[in-house]
Design a protein around this ligand. Sequence first.
Ligand SMILES: [Zn+2]
Length: 401
Amino acid sequence: MSVLVTGIGELATNDVTVDGGRPRTDDHRDPTGLLGLVDDAALVIEGGVIAWVGAAGDAPAADTAYDAGGRAVIPGYVDSHSHLVFSGDRAQEFAARMTGEPYSAGGIRTTVAATRAATDEQLMSHVARLVAEMRAQGTTSLEIKSGYGLTVHDEARSLAVARQFTEDTTFLGAHVVPDDTDPDDYVALVTGPMLTAGAPHARWIDVFCEDGAFDVDQARAILAAGAEHGLRGRLHANQLTYGGGVKLAAELGLVAVDHCTYLADDDVSALVESGTIATLLPGVEFSTRQPYPDARALLDAGVRVALASDCNPGSCFTSSMALCIALAVREMGMRPAEALYAATAMGAQALDRADVGVIAPGRRADLVVLDAPSYLHLAYRPGVPLVTGVWQGGRPVAPLS
Ligand SMILES: [Zn+2]
Protein backbone atom coordinates (compact mmCIF):
# COMPACT_ATOMS: atom_id res chain seq x y z
CA MET A 1 0.00 0.00 0.00
CA SER A 2 1.40 3.41 -0.99
CA VAL A 3 0.96 6.69 0.89
CA LEU A 4 1.19 10.13 -0.70
CA VAL A 5 2.42 12.76 1.75
CA THR A 6 1.47 16.07 0.23
CA GLY A 7 1.12 19.69 1.32
CA ILE A 8 4.72 19.79 2.63
CA GLY A 9 5.53 23.49 2.90
CA GLU A 10 9.27 22.83 3.14
CA LEU A 11 10.93 19.45 2.70
CA ALA A 12 14.54 19.02 3.82
CA THR A 13 15.79 15.97 1.90
CA ASN A 14 19.57 16.14 2.50
CA ASP A 15 19.75 15.26 -1.19
CA VAL A 16 20.73 18.09 -3.54
CA THR A 17 20.05 15.89 -6.56
CA VAL A 18 16.37 15.43 -5.66
CA ASP A 19 13.88 16.40 -8.35
CA GLY A 20 12.92 20.02 -7.72
CA GLY A 21 15.61 20.59 -5.10
CA ARG A 22 18.41 23.12 -5.41
CA PRO A 23 21.01 24.73 -3.15
CA ARG A 24 19.51 27.81 -1.45
CA THR A 25 22.16 30.42 -1.82
CA ASP A 26 19.45 33.08 -2.02
CA ASP A 27 18.12 32.91 1.55
CA HIS A 28 19.15 31.94 5.08
CA ARG A 29 17.53 28.52 5.07
CA ASP A 30 20.28 26.59 3.30
CA PRO A 31 23.16 28.87 2.26
CA THR A 32 25.52 25.91 1.97
CA GLY A 33 23.14 23.91 -0.22
CA LEU A 34 23.36 20.88 2.04
CA LEU A 35 19.70 20.26 2.70
CA GLY A 36 18.22 19.82 -0.77
CA LEU A 37 15.18 21.87 0.18
CA VAL A 38 12.00 21.45 -1.84
CA ASP A 39 9.16 23.94 -1.28
CA ASP A 40 5.53 22.86 -1.78
CA ALA A 41 6.71 19.28 -1.88
CA ALA A 42 5.22 15.82 -1.81
CA LEU A 43 6.59 12.31 -1.47
CA VAL A 44 5.37 8.77 -1.77
CA ILE A 45 6.04 5.98 0.74
CA GLU A 46 5.75 2.40 -0.46
CA GLY A 47 6.91 -0.82 1.16
CA GLY A 48 8.58 1.07 4.01
CA VAL A 49 10.82 3.12 1.73
CA ILE A 50 10.61 6.42 -0.12
CA ALA A 51 9.31 5.74 -3.64
CA TRP A 52 9.15 9.26 -5.03
CA VAL A 53 10.07 12.85 -3.99
CA GLY A 54 9.31 16.10 -5.78
CA ALA A 55 7.06 19.10 -6.27
CA ALA A 56 3.48 18.56 -5.06
CA GLY A 57 2.14 19.46 -8.50
CA ASP A 58 4.02 16.55 -10.08
CA ALA A 59 3.07 13.90 -7.50
CA PRO A 60 1.85 10.53 -8.76
CA ALA A 61 -1.29 8.89 -7.41
CA ALA A 62 -1.13 6.63 -4.34
CA ASP A 63 -3.48 4.38 -2.37
CA THR A 64 -3.91 6.86 0.49
CA ALA A 65 -2.89 10.44 1.20
CA TYR A 66 -1.77 12.54 4.16
CA ASP A 67 -1.85 16.33 3.91
CA ALA A 68 0.93 18.01 5.91
CA GLY A 69 -0.99 21.29 5.71
CA GLY A 70 1.99 23.42 4.72
CA ARG A 71 4.19 22.22 7.57
CA ALA A 72 7.90 21.35 7.29
CA VAL A 73 9.14 17.76 6.99
CA ILE A 74 12.67 16.64 7.84
CA PRO A 75 14.44 13.25 7.86
CA GLY A 76 14.21 11.33 11.12
CA TYR A 77 17.13 12.10 13.41
CA VAL A 78 20.00 9.61 13.52
CA ASP A 79 21.34 9.70 17.09
CA SER A 80 24.72 8.02 16.76
CA HIS A 81 25.76 8.14 20.43
CA SER A 82 23.67 7.05 23.42
CA HIS A 83 24.04 5.10 26.64
CA LEU A 84 20.48 3.93 27.30
CA VAL A 85 21.13 0.66 29.13
CA PHE A 86 21.32 1.67 32.77
CA SER A 87 19.35 1.85 35.98
CA GLY A 88 19.01 4.57 38.58
CA ASP A 89 19.41 8.31 38.14
CA ARG A 90 21.98 10.89 39.13
CA ALA A 91 19.84 13.97 39.56
CA GLN A 92 21.52 14.68 42.90
CA GLU A 93 24.95 14.65 41.25
CA PHE A 94 23.62 17.05 38.60
CA ALA A 95 22.33 19.38 41.30
CA ALA A 96 25.69 19.28 43.07
CA ARG A 97 27.46 20.08 39.81
CA MET A 98 25.19 23.05 39.23
CA THR A 99 26.31 24.43 42.59
CA GLY A 100 29.95 24.23 41.60
CA GLU A 101 31.27 20.68 41.88
CA PRO A 102 33.22 19.56 38.77
CA TYR A 103 32.25 16.62 36.53
CA SER A 104 34.61 13.63 36.64
CA ALA A 105 34.56 10.28 34.85
CA GLY A 106 34.24 8.47 38.21
CA GLY A 107 30.51 9.18 38.57
CA ILE A 108 29.93 6.34 36.11
CA ARG A 109 30.53 3.88 38.97
CA THR A 110 27.32 5.02 40.68
CA THR A 111 25.29 3.92 37.66
CA VAL A 112 27.27 0.67 37.38
CA ALA A 113 26.13 -0.41 40.85
CA ALA A 114 22.46 0.35 40.07
CA THR A 115 22.64 -1.35 36.66
CA ARG A 116 24.14 -4.55 38.05
CA ALA A 117 21.35 -4.69 40.63
CA ALA A 118 18.57 -4.35 38.03
CA THR A 119 16.79 -7.35 36.54
CA ASP A 120 16.82 -8.01 32.79
CA GLU A 121 13.15 -7.00 32.69
CA GLN A 122 13.85 -3.73 34.48
CA LEU A 123 16.65 -2.88 32.06
CA MET A 124 14.50 -3.79 29.07
CA SER A 125 11.53 -1.69 30.13
CA HIS A 126 13.77 1.25 30.98
CA VAL A 127 15.39 1.20 27.54
CA ALA A 128 11.97 0.80 25.90
CA ARG A 129 10.74 3.91 27.70
CA LEU A 130 13.74 5.98 26.59
CA VAL A 131 13.55 4.75 22.98
CA ALA A 132 9.85 5.70 22.90
CA GLU A 133 10.74 9.12 24.33
CA MET A 134 13.32 9.59 21.56
CA ARG A 135 10.98 8.41 18.82
CA ALA A 136 8.26 10.83 19.90
CA GLN A 137 10.82 13.61 19.45
CA GLY A 138 11.78 12.48 15.95
CA THR A 139 14.71 10.10 16.45
CA THR A 140 14.19 7.14 14.11
CA SER A 141 17.68 5.58 14.19
CA LEU A 142 19.99 5.28 17.13
CA GLU A 143 23.12 3.71 18.49
CA ILE A 144 23.12 2.24 22.01
CA LYS A 145 26.24 1.43 24.05
CA SER A 146 26.83 -0.93 26.93
CA GLY A 147 29.24 0.25 29.59
CA TYR A 148 27.37 0.26 32.89
CA GLY A 149 27.79 -3.47 33.55
CA LEU A 150 31.59 -3.86 33.50
CA THR A 151 31.42 -7.60 34.23
CA VAL A 152 31.32 -10.32 31.58
CA HIS A 153 27.70 -11.11 32.43
CA ASP A 154 26.47 -7.53 32.79
CA GLU A 155 28.11 -6.24 29.61
CA ALA A 156 26.76 -9.16 27.56
CA ARG A 157 23.24 -8.72 28.90
CA SER A 158 23.37 -4.94 28.38
CA LEU A 159 24.22 -5.53 24.72
CA ALA A 160 21.55 -8.20 24.37
CA VAL A 161 18.99 -5.71 25.72
CA ALA A 162 20.24 -2.95 23.40
CA ARG A 163 20.01 -5.34 20.42
CA GLN A 164 16.26 -5.55 20.94
CA PHE A 165 16.04 -1.89 19.91
CA THR A 166 18.77 -1.28 17.29
CA GLU A 167 21.32 -2.98 15.04
CA ASP A 168 23.84 -0.32 16.04
CA THR A 169 24.93 -1.67 19.39
CA THR A 170 28.35 -0.78 20.79
CA PHE A 171 30.44 -2.71 23.29
CA LEU A 172 31.81 -0.18 25.79
CA GLY A 173 33.29 -2.46 28.44
CA ALA A 174 36.13 0.09 28.45
CA HIS A 175 33.98 2.82 29.96
CA VAL A 176 35.79 3.07 33.30
CA VAL A 177 37.91 0.68 35.40
CA PRO A 178 35.62 -0.74 38.12
CA ASP A 179 36.44 -0.11 41.78
CA ASP A 180 39.07 -2.36 43.36
CA THR A 181 40.26 -3.61 39.97
CA ASP A 182 43.79 -3.44 38.59
CA PRO A 183 43.70 -1.50 35.29
CA ASP A 184 45.90 -4.02 33.43
CA ASP A 185 43.78 -6.91 34.67
CA TYR A 186 40.66 -5.08 33.57
CA VAL A 187 41.99 -4.41 30.05
CA ALA A 188 42.79 -8.13 29.83
CA LEU A 189 39.20 -8.91 30.82
CA VAL A 190 37.74 -6.41 28.31
CA THR A 191 39.88 -7.74 25.46
CA GLY A 192 39.32 -11.36 26.50
CA PRO A 193 36.25 -13.00 28.04
CA MET A 194 34.10 -9.84 28.12
CA LEU A 195 34.68 -9.18 24.43
CA THR A 196 33.96 -12.81 23.56
CA ALA A 197 30.66 -12.63 25.45
CA GLY A 198 29.64 -9.22 24.11
CA ALA A 199 30.73 -9.41 20.48
CA PRO A 200 27.81 -11.56 19.24
CA HIS A 201 25.42 -8.78 20.30
CA ALA A 202 27.49 -5.83 19.04
CA ARG A 203 28.38 -4.09 15.78
CA TRP A 204 30.84 -1.56 17.24
CA ILE A 205 33.45 -1.29 19.99
CA ASP A 206 34.19 1.94 21.85
CA VAL A 207 36.66 3.14 24.51
CA PHE A 208 36.42 6.12 26.88
CA CYS A 209 39.91 7.46 26.13
CA GLU A 210 40.41 10.11 28.83
CA ASP A 211 42.32 10.92 32.01
CA GLY A 212 40.68 8.79 34.71
CA ALA A 213 39.48 6.20 32.18
CA PHE A 214 41.73 4.56 29.51
CA ASP A 215 44.91 5.88 27.89
CA VAL A 216 45.82 5.79 24.20
CA ASP A 217 47.83 2.55 24.40
CA GLN A 218 44.99 0.79 26.19
CA ALA A 219 42.48 2.16 23.69
CA ARG A 220 44.60 0.94 20.79
CA ALA A 221 44.81 -2.56 22.26
CA ILE A 222 41.08 -2.72 22.99
CA LEU A 223 40.08 -1.55 19.50
CA ALA A 224 42.51 -4.06 17.94
CA ALA A 225 40.98 -6.88 19.97
CA GLY A 226 37.52 -5.77 18.90
CA ALA A 227 38.55 -5.77 15.25
CA GLU A 228 39.60 -9.41 15.61
CA HIS A 229 36.00 -10.14 16.63
CA GLY A 230 34.63 -8.19 13.67
CA LEU A 231 33.69 -5.08 15.67
CA ARG A 232 34.33 -1.68 14.14
CA GLY A 233 35.88 1.01 16.32
CA ARG A 234 34.64 4.34 17.65
CA LEU A 235 36.10 6.44 20.46
CA HIS A 236 35.13 8.85 23.22
CA ALA A 237 38.08 11.25 23.05
CA ASN A 238 39.29 14.70 24.07
CA GLN A 239 36.18 15.39 26.15
CA LEU A 240 37.73 16.70 29.36
CA THR A 241 41.36 17.28 28.42
CA TYR A 242 43.75 17.46 25.47
CA GLY A 243 45.12 14.04 24.61
CA GLY A 244 45.96 11.52 21.93
CA GLY A 245 42.51 9.96 21.41
CA VAL A 246 41.47 11.98 18.38
CA LYS A 247 44.81 11.35 16.66
CA LEU A 248 44.44 7.63 17.38
CA ALA A 249 40.98 7.64 15.78
CA ALA A 250 42.35 9.38 12.71
CA GLU A 251 45.37 7.08 12.52
CA LEU A 252 43.11 4.01 12.65
CA GLY A 253 40.70 5.55 10.11
CA LEU A 254 37.72 5.17 12.45
CA VAL A 255 34.42 6.32 11.00
CA ALA A 256 33.75 8.61 13.98
CA VAL A 257 35.35 10.01 17.12
CA ASP A 258 33.04 11.54 19.67
CA HIS A 259 33.21 14.62 21.96
CA CYS A 260 36.24 16.46 20.42
CA THR A 261 35.97 19.33 22.90
CA TYR A 262 39.69 19.88 23.55
CA LEU A 263 41.44 19.84 20.17
CA ALA A 264 44.93 21.04 19.20
CA ASP A 265 45.63 22.19 15.64
CA ASP A 266 47.20 18.85 14.73
CA ASP A 267 44.07 17.03 15.96
CA VAL A 268 42.00 19.09 13.53
CA SER A 269 44.36 18.45 10.63
CA ALA A 270 44.40 14.74 11.44
CA LEU A 271 40.58 14.67 11.23
CA VAL A 272 40.63 16.51 7.90
CA GLU A 273 43.15 14.07 6.49
CA SER A 274 41.46 10.88 7.70
CA GLY A 275 37.86 11.94 7.02
CA THR A 276 36.93 10.66 10.47
CA ILE A 277 33.67 12.30 11.57
CA ALA A 278 33.83 14.46 14.70
CA THR A 279 30.59 13.71 16.55
CA LEU A 280 29.85 16.64 18.83
CA LEU A 281 27.64 16.17 21.88
CA PRO A 282 26.64 19.66 23.04
CA GLY A 283 24.10 18.38 25.55
CA VAL A 284 27.11 17.24 27.60
CA GLU A 285 28.71 20.67 27.75
CA PHE A 286 25.31 22.17 28.52
CA SER A 287 24.77 19.72 31.39
CA THR A 288 28.29 19.89 32.82
CA ARG A 289 29.05 23.59 32.23
CA GLN A 290 32.15 22.65 30.27
CA PRO A 291 33.26 24.75 27.29
CA TYR A 292 31.60 23.73 24.01
CA PRO A 293 33.64 22.23 21.17
CA ASP A 294 34.45 24.73 18.40
CA ALA A 295 32.20 23.38 15.67
CA ARG A 296 32.71 26.46 13.51
CA ALA A 297 36.47 25.96 13.43
CA LEU A 298 36.04 22.27 12.61
CA LEU A 299 33.64 22.94 9.75
CA ASP A 300 35.76 25.77 8.37
CA ALA A 301 38.80 23.48 8.44
CA GLY A 302 36.88 20.87 6.44
CA VAL A 303 36.14 18.36 9.22
CA ARG A 304 32.96 16.29 8.82
CA VAL A 305 30.74 16.99 11.83
CA ALA A 306 27.82 15.03 13.29
CA LEU A 307 25.62 15.84 16.28
CA ALA A 308 24.31 13.28 18.78
CA SER A 309 22.65 13.32 22.19
CA ASP A 310 25.03 11.20 24.33
CA CYS A 311 21.89 10.46 26.35
CA ASN A 312 23.20 9.02 29.64
CA PRO A 313 22.34 9.38 33.32
CA GLY A 314 25.52 11.21 34.35
CA SER A 315 26.86 13.91 32.07
CA CYS A 316 23.81 14.51 29.86
CA PHE A 317 20.35 13.11 30.43
CA THR A 318 18.59 14.56 27.41
CA SER A 319 17.19 12.54 24.53
CA SER A 320 16.36 15.65 22.48
CA MET A 321 18.14 16.04 19.16
CA ALA A 322 16.29 19.33 18.69
CA LEU A 323 18.02 20.64 21.82
CA CYS A 324 21.37 19.55 20.37
CA ILE A 325 20.58 21.46 17.17
CA ALA A 326 19.60 24.57 19.09
CA LEU A 327 22.79 24.41 21.21
CA ALA A 328 24.95 23.80 18.14
CA VAL A 329 23.50 26.89 16.48
CA ARG A 330 23.46 29.14 19.52
CA GLU A 331 26.65 28.05 21.27
CA MET A 332 28.90 26.41 18.67
CA GLY A 333 28.59 28.64 15.63
CA MET A 334 26.88 26.12 13.37
CA ARG A 335 24.46 27.39 10.75
CA PRO A 336 20.96 25.95 11.18
CA ALA A 337 21.36 23.98 7.93
CA GLU A 338 24.68 22.52 9.10
CA ALA A 339 23.15 21.53 12.43
CA LEU A 340 20.15 19.75 10.89
CA TYR A 341 22.41 17.98 8.40
CA ALA A 342 24.75 16.94 11.23
CA ALA A 343 21.85 15.49 13.25
CA THR A 344 20.48 13.47 10.32
CA ALA A 345 22.69 12.73 7.28
CA MET A 346 25.97 12.93 9.19
CA GLY A 347 24.62 10.84 12.05
CA ALA A 348 23.86 8.16 9.47
CA GLN A 349 27.36 8.41 8.05
CA ALA A 350 28.83 8.21 11.55
CA LEU A 351 27.09 4.82 11.81
CA ASP A 352 28.02 3.91 8.23
CA ARG A 353 24.33 3.60 7.41
CA ALA A 354 23.39 4.22 3.78
CA ASP A 355 19.68 3.50 4.27
CA VAL A 356 18.75 6.40 6.57
CA GLY A 357 19.43 10.13 7.08
CA VAL A 358 18.33 11.20 3.58
CA ILE A 359 14.87 11.50 2.02
CA ALA A 360 15.36 10.07 -1.45
CA PRO A 361 13.97 7.15 -3.46
CA GLY A 362 15.08 3.82 -2.01
CA ARG A 363 15.90 5.16 1.45
CA ARG A 364 13.98 4.03 4.51
CA ALA A 365 10.88 6.17 4.99
CA ASP A 366 11.89 7.89 8.25
CA LEU A 367 10.16 11.27 8.34
CA VAL A 368 9.34 13.90 10.92
CA VAL A 369 6.53 16.46 10.50
CA LEU A 370 7.19 19.72 12.36
CA ASP A 371 4.42 22.04 13.46
CA ALA A 372 6.32 24.88 11.80
CA PRO A 373 6.73 26.31 8.32
CA SER A 374 10.49 25.68 8.28
CA TYR A 375 13.09 23.46 9.97
CA LEU A 376 14.66 26.77 11.11
CA HIS A 377 12.17 26.71 13.99
CA LEU A 378 14.15 23.86 15.60
CA ALA A 379 16.77 26.40 16.68
CA TYR A 380 14.55 29.48 16.54
CA ARG A 381 12.04 28.00 19.02
CA PRO A 382 14.27 26.06 21.44
CA GLY A 383 12.53 23.81 23.94
CA VAL A 384 9.22 23.83 22.08
CA PRO A 385 7.80 20.39 21.16
CA LEU A 386 7.38 20.90 17.41
CA VAL A 387 7.13 17.25 16.33
CA THR A 388 3.58 16.42 15.25
CA GLY A 389 4.15 13.19 13.37
CA VAL A 390 6.83 10.56 12.82
CA TRP A 391 7.11 7.75 10.27
CA GLN A 392 9.71 5.05 10.86
CA GLY A 393 10.22 2.61 8.02
CA GLY A 394 7.01 3.96 6.48
CA ARG A 395 4.98 3.23 9.61
CA PRO A 396 3.42 6.04 11.67
CA VAL A 397 5.02 5.77 15.13
CA ALA A 398 3.97 9.08 16.65
CA PRO A 399 0.55 10.71 16.33
CA LEU A 400 -0.07 12.38 13.00
CA SER A 401 -2.31 15.41 13.26
ZN1 LIG B 1 29.18 8.85 25.62
